[in-house]
Design a protein around this ligand. Structure first.
Ligand code: SAM
Length: 214
């Protein structure tokens, strides 16, 4: 088992708490509750974001005919993980998950239950190292064929905007022609949402920067 400090709130576990999961600890619940007190719609936001991820993967695997997925900042396993949605469209689909949270690593077996015809892999890596991710993903994905890069609610964890652009550029630049990129990102909004996020960013969890839609 990887070691992790359960007294410090963490993004993946707070996200899991808002989604109604059980893979979280009192520190995550306290940070999640404090956010909810200021911004009561946060559980709904987390669920809607997850629905969007599922809808995007359904579209990519169905209409767009993509058979390979690189899901970076995966989060803790929940219902309808990327491989389950994609392999419903085509059991041969291949999915590589990437996260840097030891708790996600500890639960990664739930992401590795691929259909027999397809394949899944999990890479314990930091988003700030795109080339490491691309190299490790090539063990499972065929980079001669299109890949869908999934960046679902993770880029806010890179506070520096130039660095965020650089990471997205380098990850996207490593994909073959015909590939897709799905990116979702929390945006600044009403004062109570912004205040909740500022408080969260002071909670000890890795900060998540809400950006403008532009
Ligand atoms: C808000 S959750 C989103 C989870 C999932 N993508 C979804 O949309 O439901 C953000 C995830 O990004 C991961 N994460 C944060 N910073 C990361 C980094 N530098 N490298 C890799 N993963 C990171 C966290 O551990 C967490 O699982």
């Amino acid at each position: 088992m990887p070691e992790f400090d359960t007294s410090v709130p963490h993004s993946a576990r707070i996200w899991n708490y808002w989604l109604g999961g059980r893979d979280n600890f009192p520190a995550d619940q306290a940070a999640g509750d404090a956010y909810r007190e200021r911004f009561p719609d946060i559980d709904e936001c987390a669920r809607v974001s997850r629905h969007f991820l599922n809808r995007a993967v359904r579209y990519l695997a169905g209409d767009a005919g993509v058979r390979q997925f690189l899901d970076v900042g995966t989060g803790l396993p929940t219902v309808d993980n990327t491989h389950e949605v994609a392999q419903r469209a085509d059991p041969q689909a291949r999915i590589v998950y990437v996260d840097n949270d030891p708790m996600v690593l500890a639960h990664a077996h739930a992401l590795l239950n691929s259909s027999p015809q397809g394949r899944t892999d999990y890479i314990d890596a930091d988003l700030r190292e795109p080339e490491t991710i691309l190299r490790a993903a090539a063990r499972t994905l065929d980079f001669a064929r299109p890949v869908a890069l999934i960046l679902s609610d993770v880029m806010g964890h890179i506070p520096d905007l130039d660095q965020a652009y650089d990471i997205v550029r380098r990850l996207t630049g490593g994909l073959p022609p015909g590939s897709y990129r799905m990116l979702s990102h929390g945006v600044r909004g009403e004062a109570h949402l912004n205040a909740a996020q500022d408080e969260y960013n002071d909670s000890g969890a890795v900060p998540y920067i809400l950006r403008t839609p532009e």
